[in-house]
Design a protein around this ligand. Structure first.
Ligand code: HGY
Ligand code: MN
Ligand code: MN
Length: 398
């Protein structure tokens, strides 16, 4: 039994919320001023808890138990451009409280981590996927974010804090507490989700290039309009994917940049993100074929050129059975009958870390299922229940 302190946990959670606060949400994109300030604050809290702070070359922040390893608990403290206050932060502060309480009470050795750029300013779960060897650092260093900033330059903003990569072998397992970010637990009035698997994800940028022209004098039949191409692509894609997708399959065009993005100019170019997710690797492959074919055909029909950037992704991954059982035992003890096993439609650092060590996750409910929005929230009672289940699972595994 690890004697966690709910008030101390909640007070740290709100202190982190204040760094980059915007209304009810937070703005802490990876390597931004607020992200780096939050990591510096976390390092201080780790030190105060008796955990040795350690930044690696890409900004992943570890808080090491005096033994140097043990169980690894954590998540991420960077956010989406308009982030909820709990996405990632909950798992980091929950980990800090469990590790601190365990150290104070002579419990199992527990270290803490806040991974960097889980939210993918530079691709999918950047910091943990580099640490896990999914993506070589020199390949990521040349990638740019939507604004054209290179990863090497962004991570260089933390160079003065950076130390070496840590050997994953020093840790025995990885446990991540996270908000569900979906409606299932909230609608079922259940308190805990024990995650069975995490969907696979693929993400690429596609560019259509047509002809920039005058919006008043260019007849419709003479136009090579890149935005019209995007619209036709999206419509054709929805029709073609219908034959291969399952009810839980998702695909999203979330970021669009139009050139020159002016009301009286026929758009000459458009670059957009194309992301898709599913629990089945073969279906992800089939969707990729359809996406590439449809992009080509739509371009040809409209006299557009089409280009695409590197495709980034992670395969679907099962959570470790023994970690799942530790969460299930702790959930049944804490909230008997008010928990379930469920897949994750959101991506998490646990998907990367599962390649290095046994990994598992627990969810707490999201009110209204809302996330990646300033409106994201969870009831305080559910936050504390999550903390107690995380502590219970760590005690079982430790
Ligand atoms: O997009 C995701 O699934 C994660 O929240 N970054
Ligand atoms: Mn997250
Ligand atoms: Mn997120």
């Amino acid at each position: 039994m690890i004697p966690v302190d709910p008030q101390r946990f909640l007070s740290d959670l709100h202190a982190l919320r204040a760094i980059g606060a915007e209304g009810t949400g937070v703005v802490r994109p990876a390597y931004s001023e607020t992200d780096i300030a939050a990591r510096a604050w976390l390092a201080d809290r780790m030190r105060a808890a008796g955990l040795a702070p350690h930044f690696d070359p890409v900004g992943n922040l570890f808080g090491l138990h005096p033994d140097g390893g043990g169980l690894l608990l954590g998540s991420h403290s960077d956010t989406q451009p308009e982030g909820g206050w709990l996405d990632g932060a909950l798992g980091v502060i929950g980990a800090l409280e469990v590790a601190r309480a365990s150290l104070e009470s002579g419990g199992p050795a527990i270290s803490v981590v806040s991974f960097q750029d889980e939210e993918g300013r530079f691709g999918v779960t950047t910091g943990s996927s580099i640490w896990a060897g999914v993506r070589p650092l020199d390949e990521v260093d040349v990638l740019t974010d939507a604004g054209g900033t290179r990863f090497a330059e962004a991570r260089g903003r933390m160079a003065d804090m950076a130390d070496d990569f840590l050997d994953p072998a020093r840790f025995s397992a990885f446990l991540e507490m996270h908000i569900e970010q979906g409606p299932v637990l909230d609608q079922a009035a259940e308190a805990i989700g024990v995650v069975t698997s995490i969907v696979g994800i693929r993400d690429m940028r596609i560019t259509y290039t047509g002809q920039q022209n005058h919006a008043g004098t260019t007849p419709m039949h003479l136009r090579r309009d890149a935005v019209q191409g995007l619209a036709a692509f999206a419509t054709a894609l929805n029709a073609r994917l219908a034959g291969v997708v399952a009810p839980e399959t998702v695909w999203t065009i979330g970021h669009v940049s139009v050139h020159p993005n002016a009301a009286s100019v026929v758009p000459g170019a458009v670059t957009f993100s194309m992301q898709w997710r599913d629990g089945d690797a073969d279906r992800l492959d089939r969707m990729e074929e359809i996406i590439r074919e449809t992009a080509q055909e739509t371009a040809a029909d409209r006299g557009l050129e089409v280009g695409s950037g590197p495709m980034l992704g992670l395969p679907p991954v099962a959570m470790d059975a023994s970690v799942q059982e530790a969460f299930a035992g702790a959930a049944e003890a804490e909230v008997p009958g008010r928990w379930r096993r469920m897949p994750s439609g959101a991506l998490h650092d646990a998907a990367s870390v599962a390649r290095l060590m046994p990994a598992g996750m627990l969810f707490v409910p999201s009110i209204g299922g809302i996330s990646h929005s300033f409106d994201e929230d969870t009831g305080e009672g559910d936050l504390v229940t999550g903390l107690r289940v995380l502590a219970g699972a760590a005690a079982r595994l430790g």
